[in-house]
Structure formats: structure tokens, C-alpha cells
Design a protein around this ligand. Structure first.
Ligand code: HEC
Length: 133
């Protein structure tokens, strides 16, 4: 026998403690538990889906191509500029006749997706292993 009974038990306990600690560590950092969307942002998202903004606009390059990508419109253009579009529409973009509360909710949503990352692929850094940042 290579290991005496006592060190086998010690080994099992060590592995168990290691396993439990590592599992706890991994589950503590799950990305789904770190969502910071406010309730206004969630309402804005619901409006975004109801009015189908995505038919003409993209988020992270996905969506229709009649209007511009809106992932980072909040930091690029600011709330006053966005509100003007949402209040009045344009000859191409419909006027949805939003209330101020609905506009605030959409602004909160656009601010939220703006914080989630940068959409413009021209600014990505390419790594040697093919990943991007
Ligand atoms: C029928 C297509 C269409 C729909 C639906 C639409 N938009 Fe637009 N939107 C446009 C177009 C096109 C523009 C660019 C301005 C123009 O050409 O009139 C625009 C511009 C914008 C801008 C200004 C972007 C910039 O960088 O100048 C914002 C903000 C915006 N839209 C938000 C929204 C939101 C929020 C919704 C949903 C409630 C929405 N749009 C629905 C077509 C649309």
C-alpha cells in the first residue's frame, strides 16, 4: 500500500475543500447576477421592443440598416439630441408621440447599452490569437 489510510482521508478532505471553495468562487462571479439595469431601463427596453426600433436601428451591429447603430449613441450624442429625435421623428423616422416618461425610459435604456461596451469595430484591438477587445 502506497498511502496509509490516514493520508488518504486527508487527501479526500483537501480535494473536497478545494472543490467547494473553487465552486463557490466561480458561482459568485456569474455575469447574470451582475446586471445593473434600472427599472426605467427595463421599461425602455420594453418600449424598444414594442415599437420595433430594431427594424431600422442596430445594437452591436445587429438590426435594420435604415437608421444608424444606437449602441453608443448616448455618449456620442447626449440625451438632449436623442430626445429631439424621439419627440419629433424625422421625414424617415416615425414620430411615436412618446410621453416624457417614455422618453426618459428610452434614454435610460440607451444609457444602459452604451455602458455595456463599444460597438464600432474600427476601434477594436485584434489579438494574435484571433480574439478582439
Ligand atoms: C422606420 C425606421 C425607424 C424606426 C422604426 C426608428 N427609427 Fe430612429 N432613426 C431612423 C433614421 C432613418 C434615422 C436617421 C435620421 C434620419 O435620416 O431621419 C434615425 C435616427 C435616430 C436617432 C438619432 C441617431 C443619430 O446618431 O443621429 C435616434 C436616437 C433614434 N433614431 C432612436 C430611435 C428609437 C429609440 C426608436 C424606437 C422607439 C427608433 N429610433 C425607431 C429610422 C427609424
Amino acid at each position: 500500500m502506497v498511502f496509509p489510510e490516514k493520508s488518504k482521508l486527508l487527501l479526500v478532505i483537501l480535494l473536497l475543500v478545494g472543490f467547494i471553495t473553487y465552486t463557490g468562487f466561480i458561482y459568485k462571479d456569474l455575469p447574470v447576477t451582475t446586471s445593473h439595469a434600472t427599472s426605467a431601463a427595463m421599461e425602455g427596453k420594453a418600449l424598444w421592443q414594442q415599437k420595433n426600433c430594431n427594424a431600422c436601428h442596430q445594437v452591436y451591429g445587429l438590426g435594420g440598416y435604415l437608421g444608424p447603430d444606437l449602441t453608443n449613441v448616448f455618449s456620442k450624442r447626449g440625451p438632449a439630441y436623442i430626445s429631439a429625435f424621439l419627440k419629433n421623428g424625422t421625414p424617415v423616422m416615425p414620430n411615436f408621440h412618446f410621453t416624457q416618461t417614455e422618453i426618459d425610459a428610452l434614454l435610460a435604456y440607451l444609457k444602459n447599452i452604451d455602458h455595456s461596451g463599444t460597438a464600432d469595430p474600427r476601434k477594436f484591438t485584434k489579438h494574435y490569437d484571433g480574439t478582439i477587445e
